[in-house]
Write a protein that binds this ligand. Structure first.
Ligand code: TRH
Length: 377
């Protein structure tokens, strides 16, 4: 018999909240005996990841997931066996009443943001608040044993290996996006927030001996790219060349296609949470633009991840990678940091593969959630 899950998602901003919950919901129905309702308060952000979504529908089925628009005026609804409040979102009061009224008390989880900080290990799985007799638990994704792990679909790495070993499939995928890759050019994808360090980086790539083809899905960083190019604005399909650098604006692709883009590229600049994890599964060198938080709390998270990620690297490559990531996240010194990273390119490539493999040896987040439920009952 299937276990009923309700996943609640409020879209705070951007695509990470819906990106994570949509991915989790799909994986639970595809790989586990779960029936999932996904409650989302903003279907427009969701539509970017899943273009067949009907943003006017209050209920619809997408890839086996029962997608519900989470309305401001909540209608009475029975609670599920497992209730996931993503990123500490506040459940409707009437729904919490429904949880408490159930004959069999549901498992209530707060799925938290991803962090590499050490304290995550100590807090994962601990009880949080109660509503009447219903206990809520913290569930922390993470990179270390003792955390909830990372989202990773069952066949993901096999599919990645096949795709990365298949130049024809890669060429066809890129051609579908209007990208003709010159064999000598290094392919880089760029997904980032506005970044004052971008001009420096583009400049150094334009002046390099090695050719670079930079693919920029439309989004927040495009204004900085346009400014450096001296263009009033950029649109999907635009291609501009400056020296050794070709810049091409891509459409924002559907979520499953974004993986293919990352798998094609030699280097991926990513941001937030979900694209950050997907770039790790791409097993290629990468650059993370972390989501900025109040009181610079994000800088601790950046350092915590760097400590873990660079642990097995040579001191010189480690310093180069840390320098690059810190430059990107402070918006300063990208030119020198990029040149420095080039000297360690083979090690960065090998390390990206080793890291992806190491992380893949742990239970994935969806499996860990299901196991948590089984242990709890
Ligand atoms: O969009 P993000 O910056 O999201 C978030 C949110 O801001 C959130 O509030 C914050 O807390 C969190 O970051 C840390 O970055 P993220 O998490 O990488 O989500 C982007 C999603 O968009 C991800 O699922 C991949 C997807 N995507 C596509 O589907 N197609 C594309 O072309 C691109 C570039 C991304």
């Amino acid at each position: 018999m299937k276990v009923d899950w309700d996943i609640f998602c409020t879209v705070v901003d951007n695509y990470g909240d819906i990106g994570v919950t949509w991915r989790l919901a799909r994986q639970l129905v595809a790989e586990h005996p779960c029936a999932v309702r996904l409650w989302v308060d903003d279907l427009r952000a969701f539509e970017r990841l899943c273009p067949e979504l009907d943003i006017s529908a209050s209920q619809q089925w997408q890839q086996g997931v029962d997608v519900r628009h989470w309305p401001a005026d909540w209608q009475a609804t029975d609670a599920a066996d497992v209730v996931v409040a993503a990123f500490a979102c506040q459940l409707p009061h009437a729904y919490m009443e429904a949880m408490a009224a159930r004959e069999r008390t549901p498992l209530w989880l707060n799925l938290d943001y991803l962090s590499a900080e050490d304290w995550i290990v100590g807090c994962h799985g601990l009880p949080s608040v109660k509503f009447q007799h219903v206990q809520k638990y913290f569930f922390f994704p993470g990179f270390q044993p003792g955390t909830g792990g990372l989202l990773r679909e069952r066949e993901l790495l096999v599919r990645r290996e096949q795709f990365q070993a298949n130049p024809v499939a890669q060429r066809e995928f890129l051609q579908g996006l209007g990208v003709e890759r010159a064999p000598e050019a290094r392919l880089i994808s760029l997904f980032a927030y506005e970044n004052a360090g971008l001009a420096d980086w583009l400049e150094v790539m334009a002046n390099a001996t090695q050719a670079t083809h930079l693919l920029v899905p439309e989004g927040r960083v495009l204004g900085d790219v346009a400014r450096w190019l001296g263009q009033p604005e950029l649109a999907v399909g635009d291609v501009q060349q400056r020296g050794a650098l070709t810049v091409q604006v891509l459409p924002f692709v559907r979520q499953d296609q974004y993986d293919l883009l990352l798998w094609c590229c030699d280097f991926n600049a990513v941001r937030g949470e979900d694209s950050f994890v997907r770039a790790q599964w791409a097993a290629r060198p990468m650059l993370w633009h972390i989501y900025q938080q109040e009181e610079e709390a994000h800088l601790d998270k950046l350092e915590a991840f760097l400590t873990l990620y660079t642990n097995a690297m040579s001191p010189a490559a480690r310093a180069a990678l840390e320098g690059l990531w810190r430059a990107w996240n402070s918006g300063e010194g990208m030119a020198a940091a990029w040149v420095g990273a080039q000297e360690h390119w083979p090690e960065l490539q090998n390390h990206a593969r080793a890291w992806s493999l190491e992380q893949s040896l742990r239970a994935d987040l969806a499996a860990a959630l299901v196991q948590f439920y089984l242990n709890w009952i």
